[in-house]
Design a binder for this molecule. Sequence first.
Ligand code: RP5
Length: 165
Amino acid sequence: MSSKRADVAIIMGSQSDWATMSHAADTLAALGVSHEKRIVSAHRTPERLYEFARGAKAAGFKIIIAGAGGAAHLPGMTAALTPLPVFGVPVESKALSGQDSLLSIVQMPAGIPVGTLAIGKAGAINAALLAAAVLALGDDELAARLDAWRAAQTAKVADAPADAP
Ligand code: RP5
């Protein structure tokens, strides 16, 4: 059995984030990008965060997608502990509709970047597409699959709204 890890790690702060982050996993799967999913909480499992983030590059991951909600410190702390690119997905919170998550993730100090996506499902899908686009720079077959995915998306857009008078 190969010991090679997946190219993308999808991490999330809680089981409750999976409903959002599953869209990233589905999108990577549709593009044939290998990925692993893990719950890593910056607050409830800080040692797990340190172990994961410090070892992610050596483990073979190339990109990390990190989703969290509320006081969403997971993407930023992960980025602080790894040289790998980190894409942050603000999960929609109950109390503040994800505005808290967005601001927690996007306002990183200069020097430790997190590529921050939109709140919720759109952000999760786009994080996966960005990850695929980066990996496609060195993978012509993936680049072709990404082109086909985008062409199929374009083909699905109708010329006019259905049921319009
Ligand atoms: C964050 O707290 C998680 O990322 C999640 O979005 C939020 C709420 O977590 P649960 O209380 O639902 O486990 O750490």
